[in-house]
Unconditional design. Sequence first.
Length: 94
Amino acid sequence: MTQPKPELLPEYRQFDFWLGSWEMFDYSSGKKGQLIGNNTITLLCNDYVIHEHAEMVNGIVGYAHLIYNKSDNQWHRMWVDNLGNVDWFAGGLK
């Protein structure tokens, strides 16, 4: 049985511009746009969750999940990678 999809608030669409596959470049301190990795951004869980999959040329592979929390009006992101790093972020667009 298919459950109805809840209506998404406009806030859940704030990062839709990021969806897709991207090459990542480093333009800091003389790097001159050196390719540092690839990033794929998709939607999960009835389009409420943004899933990030990053593969860096140095061998680091990481994943993140982002979701807008209507209870506190903030975006929440958790990042994990193959080095055992875990980072939590919360905030919003400014």
